[in-house]
Design a protein around this ligand. Structure first.
Ligand SMILES: NC(=O)c1ccc[n+]([C@@H]2O[C@H](COP(=O)([O-])OP(=O)(O)OC[C@H]3O[C@@H](n4cnc5c(N)ncnc54)[C@H](OP(=O)(O)O)[C@@H]3O)[C@@H](O)[C@H]2O)c1
Length: 354
């Protein structure tokens, strides 16, 4: 191609967009122009990308002129409308919303599992999986390659920032309100007495000092959208359409870092020592597993880290060929921004070589 590609971050003012700016700054030399886009509310804001200060443009069709690759970090309904506009202009779109992920003509890419899928994109669109799924995939892909993954049961402990700026700000506001009272309510622990209805958004209930067993919207038969995403997106990325998945997604009062408890069953026999060997060498996985010395993955240690962390690996006592383990990833990094940066790298190399 002979020139540096131009890249846009669409949704540059959001929590994921802010990490995108940092990651693009770290590889600034790879790109020509970096363009920042958000809603009309943010037009004219000046934001830093490394040493550069770039003025945010309001989303319209013209912002895609001259752009080669666009990272979309927008709410679902806004992506649904604007991704096709960018793609029609020949831009390769990497979209983090849920809207296109299960479209059979849109690859769902995670470098550690299916990097080749990024190169086949009939609609010019690549989807980034949801943050909970992406936290699992590097570990699952490595174990599947060696032992043949057959089923998994997952329980998530998801951070407030998974709900964007609004979620993070809500957790801080609720925590500050509670920190200002000597005793919580009339009886210790009565959080509802302190956090009234005005603190219910966006989780549907107070999150500070609480856990909320609902992530995403309600779907048929009592499932949430997030739980179905874990099932459907894992199947698609791993290329295992018959993978059996049970998932329960829970929001916890953590700022950043999604954790998951996993029970996984394999076609072949697996031991902890073998799992350690495989995961210790796996791309995108950090083995953090020395529990007697209090060494295991935790969300507070995941913040800003690339990849995913796995630990507490045990052989199931009552289930053959099965492991129990704990996985953590920064939902804004591998769960969002880092994964799409890694996908863009695959596309950039392809386009530059063309
Ligand atoms: N948070 C996570 O852990 C995570 C993980 C994986 C995927 N995702 C996905 O990534 C996307 C962004 O999430 P986020 O958490 O960064 O959300 P966020 O903090 O709420 O940011 C949303 C961004 O979208 C922009 N936006 C909203 N409405 C717009 C409109 N009508 N036109 C143009 N821009 C508009 C906002 O711009 P203004 O500031 O101008 O309003 C802001 O830049 C979502 O699709 C989300 O599902 C998030």
């Amino acid at each position: 191609m002979g020139r540096k590609l131009n890249v846009a971050i669409v949704g540059a003012t959001g929590v994921v967009g802010s990490i995108m700016r940092r990651l693009i700054a770290a590889e600034r030399g790879n790109w020509g122009e970096v363009r920042l886009v958000a809603s009309a509310r943010s037009a004219g804001k000046r934001l830093e990308v490394g040493d550069e200060v770039i003025t945010v443009r309001a989303l319209d069709a013209d912002v895609f002129d001259g752009i080669d690759i666009a990272h979309f970090d927008l709410p679902d309904e806004v992506s649904a409308e604007w991704v096709p506009v960018a793609a029609a202009k020949g831009v390769v779109v990497i979209d983090k919303s849920g809207h296109f992920r299960m479209d059979p003509e849109v690859p769902l890419v995670c470098r550690e599992a299916n990097p080749e899928a990024a190169l086949v994109r009939p609609k010019g669109i690549i989807a980034n999986a949801n943050c909970t799924t992406l936290a699992l995939i590097p570990t699952l892909a490595a174990l599947n390659a060696h032992f043949g993954l057959q089923s998994m049961s997952v329980a998530s402990y998801q951070a407030a920032s998974g709900s964007g700026k609004e979620g993070l700000e809500a957790l801080y506001a609720q925590s500050q309100k509670i920190a200002g009272v000597d005793r919580i309510g009339t009886e210790d622990g009565d959080v509802r007495a302190v956090l009234g209805e005005e603190f219910h958004a966006p989780f549907g209930a107070p999150l500070a000092f609480n856990v909320v067993p609902k992530v995403g919207g309600w779907k048929e038969d009592g499932w949430t959208s997030e739980e179905l995403k874990v099932r459907n997106e894992s199947r698609k990325i791993l290329g295992l359409p018959d993978l059996k998945v049970a998932s329960t997604c829970v929001r916890v009062p953590v700022a950043v870092g999604h954790s998951q408890v996993v029970h996984a069953t394999f076609a072949n026999e697996v031991t902890v020592a073998e799992a350690h060997r495989v995961l210790g060498a796996a791309d995108g996985v950090e083995l953090v597993d020395d529990p007697e010395n209090m060494v295991f993955p935790m969300p507070i240690d995941s913040v800003g880290k690339g990849g995913t962390q796995v630990g507490r690996i045990r052989q199931s006592i009552d289930f053959p060929n099965s492991l129990e383990f704990f996985v953590v990833a920064d939902n804004l990094m591998k769960g969002a921004a880092l994964n799409s940066i890694e996908t863009a790298d695959l596309v950039r190399r392809e386009l530059e070589a063309a």
